[in-house]
Design a protein around this ligand. Structure first.
Ligand code: M6R
Length: 368
C-alpha cells in the first residue's frame, strides 16, 4: 500500500511529479486553456472586481501563492483569508466577488461555512478540491478537481502541489476570458507549466541529501523559514509541515519582516531555511533575499538555502545549499517546497514519530 516507502507521506511526496501532470492533464490544448468544469458564465467572470480565496492550513498557503499569480496575470485584487476568520469580520462580498474555496477533502467545515456565507451575499464560488463528490465542490458554482488521487497522510503534500497548479490554471483561464494576456503569452506560460512535472522529479531525485540533513538535525528544537514574494507562502508551508509532523517549533516569516522583530530570535546555531527567488526574476527580489541570508548569518544562524541551479551569489553565505531547477518566479513554489516536505518527513521519521498520524490532528476537520 505504501509502495515501498516507510510512510504514506513519503509515498505521496514522491508522487508529486505525477500529481502536477494529473492536474494539468486534458486542460491545455494548442496553447489554450479548456476548463470545461468552469460552469460560471464568462460574462460573470468578466464582471468580477475582487477575488477572495478562503481556505485553512496548507490549502490557505496554496491560496497565498495563487494571490501573486492571479493579481499579476489578471489584475484583479485578490485576498486570501483563513476561512474561520472570514465569516466573523463582516467581509465585503458582492455579486462581483469571486470566492475561491480551496480544500483537499472538500469537507472542511470552516471553509464550507465561509463559502456559504459568500454565496448568501450573491458571490459565485469556485471550489478547488481533490475529493470527488464532497460537499464543498457539490455546493460550489463550479468545481476544479485536482485529480491527484487520494491523499492518506494527514500532512498534505501532493494535494498542495495540485492546489497550486489548479490555481495557476484558474488564473490563466480568467486572464484568457478577460483578455488580460495575449494568447501567445498564455501559450508560453502553459508551455513552461508543462515543464514542471519534470522539474518536480528532478527535485525529488535529490531527496537523499535532504533526508541526510534532516537526520543530522533530529535533536533540533526550533527552525525558522524565510521567503519573499511567492517564497513567503513557501516559508509558511515549510514551517507548518515541521510543526505538524515533527512537533518542532517552527515559524515562517516574510524575509523583509526580519528587522521588524523576528531577527531577535536568531542566535548562534539557529537553523534558518531561506527560499531564494530566481536570480533572473524580478530585479531586486533576489538580491534582497541574499542580503537577508547575510543578515541572519552575521548573527550566527546556520543557513539552509534553497536556490536555483547555478545561483552562485548564495554560496558565500550558505551552510547548506539545496538546488531546484530554473523556472519562472511564479512557478517556483511547486519546486521550492519539496525539500521542505522531505525534510519534515525524514526528520519526524528519524525521531521515531508516526509520520502519517501526527498527534492531535485529523485528516479532515469537519467541525468548526
Ligand atoms: O481538506 P482541507 O484542504 O480543507 O484541509 C485544510 C487543512 O486542515 C489542511 O491543509 C491541514 O492544514 C493539513 N494537515 C496540512 O498538512
Amino acid at each position: 500500500q505504501k509502495g515501498g516507502y516507510d510512510s504514506f507521506m513519503a509515498k505521496e511526496i514522491h508522487e508529486q511529479a505525477t500529481a502536477v501532470a494529473d492536474t494539468l492533464r486534458g486542460r491545455i490544448d494548442s496553447g489554450a486553456l479548456h476548463l470545461d468544469e468552469m460552469s460560471i458564465d464568462e460574462s460573470v467572470l468578466r464582471s468580477i472586481d475582487k477575488i477572495i480565496v478562503v481556505a485553512c492550513g496548507t490549502a490557505a498557503n496554496a491560496g497565498n501563492v495563487a494571490k501573486y499569480a492571479i493579481e499579476h496575470w489578471c489584475r484583479i485584487p485578490t485576498e486570501v483569508e483563513l476561512a474561520h476568520e472570514f465569516r466573523y469580520r463582516d467581509p465585503i462580498v458582492t455579486e462581483k466577488t469571486l470566492v475561491v474555496a480551496i480544500s483537499q477533502s472538500g469537507e472542511t467545515m470552516d471553509t464550507l461555512m465561509a463559502m456559504r456565507h459568500a454565496q448568501e451575499q450573491g458571490a459565485k464560488v469556485v471550489a478547488i478540491c481533490n475529493t470527488y463528490g464532497s460537499t464543498i465542490p457539490r455546493e460550489a458554482d463550479a468545481a476544479l478537481y485536482l485529480h491527484v488521487g487520494p491523499e492518506i497522510a494527514v500532512a498534505s503534500t501532493k494535494a498542495y502541489l495540485g492546489q497550486i497548479t489548479a490555481c495557476y490554471l484558474l488564473g490563466l483561464y480568467l486572464a484568457q476570458v478577460r483578455g488580460n494576456l495575449f494568447p501567445d503569452e498564455i501559450a508560453a506560460l502553459m508551455e513552461d507549466l508543462e515543464q514542471l512535472p519534470a522539474h518536480v522529479q528532478t527535485v525529488l531525485d535529490g531527496a537523499g541529501a535532504v533526508e541526510e540533513l534532516a537526520r543530522s538535525m533530529k535533536d533540533t528544537t526550533s527552525v525558522l523559514f524565510l521567503g519573499r514574494h511567492v517564497g513567503y507562502p513557501t516559508a509558511l508551508e515549510g514551517a507548518l509541515k515541521l510543526k505538524e509532523i515533527a512537533y518542532i517549533h517552527a515559524e515562517g516569516f516574510a524575509a523583509g519582516e526580519l528587522k521588524h522583530g523576528p531577527i531577535a530570535l536568531v542566535d548562534e546555531g539557529q537553523p534558518v531555511f531561506v527560499i531564494v527567488p530566481s536570480p533572473r526574476g524580478r530585479d531586486s527580489l533576489h538580491s534582497k533575499v541574499v542580503s537577508n541570508i547575510q543578515e541572519v548569518r552575521a548573527r550566527g544562524a546556520r543557513t539552509l538555502v534553497i536556490a536555483e541551479e547555478g545561483d552562485e551569489d548564495v554560496l558565500p553565505y550558505s551552510d547548506v545549499v539545496l538546488r531546484v531547477p530554473a523556472t519562472r518566479t511564479l512557478f517556483a513554489p511547486l519546486l521550492t517546497v519539496i525539500p521542505l516536505q522531505i525534510f519534515s518527513c525524514a526528520l519526524a521519521a528519524a525521531k521515531g514519530l508516526d509520520v502519517d498520524q501526527p498527534r492531535n490532528l485529523a485528516k479532515s476537520v469537519t467541525v468548526e
